[in-house]
Design a protein around this ligand. Sequence first.
Ligand SMILES: O=c1[nH]c(=O)c2[nH]c(=O)[nH]c2[nH]1
Length: 310
Amino acid sequence: MSTNVRLAAARYGKSNVRLLRVVRDDGAGRQEVAEYVVQLLVEGEIDTSFTEADNSCVVATDSMKNIIYALAKTSPHILSPELFAIHLGTFILQKYAHLKKAFIDIEKLKWTRIVVDGKPHAHSFIRDGDEKHVTHVEVDGTADKQKLAVKVTSGLKDLLVLKSTGSAFENFVRDEYTTLVEVSDRILSTAVDLSYEFQAVQVGGEGDVAALEGKFQFDKASKSARAATLEIFATDESASVQASLFKMATRLIEENAGVTRASYALPNKHYVPVDMKYFGVENMSPPVKAEVFCPLLAPSGLITASASRV
Ligand SMILES: O=c1[nH]c(=O)c2[nH]c(=O)[nH]c2[nH]1
């Protein structure tokens, strides 16, 4: 074995654990469903499994998958991806003394109630979009297993939006490399990738998990983040993706007291006006008020930024 190489970092677990949980409210004759894709990784006293082929410290990733399914059955928090992730991280660290940190990612798929005769149906749902609610939870029991440090970052991804006007892009750097014309009116389209961080908290055990919902109102934050994103996108007279992005992040932080930071990654999915003047059709009358556009698959711009509470 080499003497000048050491294990610098190690983390392992199960990814892509797919589950759907039915929650029955027989009294109300209603059912809820939650479909998740879960990843659970851990850190701790596991180095010898890498360096000495010692599996005695390895909780098998197969067992981790079983723990995810077992808690999906028993957890009172299953309908909240954030609370379920905290419950899962807390559970695994308190069960196994040698595991010190847990990292949980959950992607929640979209199932919206079908409306029949104007009323939401009791147990039928439609996948109405590719958009996913996501959460990333870090639980740290390094200092104290009865006082776990918890960090939650939630967000959404693959939310595809387009506006056909109300967007301009002017006054940018013009030099020998510039071919883009300035436009006062253009199509703006993006696939929103958003994440927002909550204040760090301490959790003693499963009993404390429910209290976090009262503190952070994860579900309300998720709805408010989505609404802030969509409403600013629609109503802002956009000077650029950059300027609209910062307005979205500002509103999100202002509306959610528990959120400390909001980060967006917004691809600028270009729609290019088709130039038809060569065959005598006026599509682009200055300043480029076009009506027929060609969607460009690639390349796209990519605008990213974070805003934080001061
Ligand atoms: O909103 C935009 N921001 C840019 O930085 C940029 N660059 C570009 O070519 N088009 C756009 N649009």
